[in-house]
Design a protein around this ligand. Sequence first.
Ligand SMILES: [Zn+2]
Length: 72
Amino acid sequence: MAEKKKGKKKKKNKKSSQRWSHYRIEGDKVVAERFCSRCGPGIFLARHKDRLYCGKCHYTEFIKTSEKTSKK
Ligand SMILES: [Zn+2]
C-alpha cells in the first residue's frame, strides 16, 4: 500500500494487527466482505484459506470447501 501525502485527508486509525483487507472493490463500489455474526456489523472477519475468523471474539466460521471458489 502506497501512502501518498496529498492534500488533507482524514486520518484513519488503523490497527496494525488488523491489516487484512476487509473490503472488495468492485468498480467504484467498496463492498464489505464479511461481518462477524456475534459482534455484529462493523466487526469484520478475517479471511483465511478455509475459514473466517473474528479477531475480537475469536469466532470462527468455516468455509465449505465442497465448492472450489474461483472467484477472486
Ligand atoms: Zn466477533
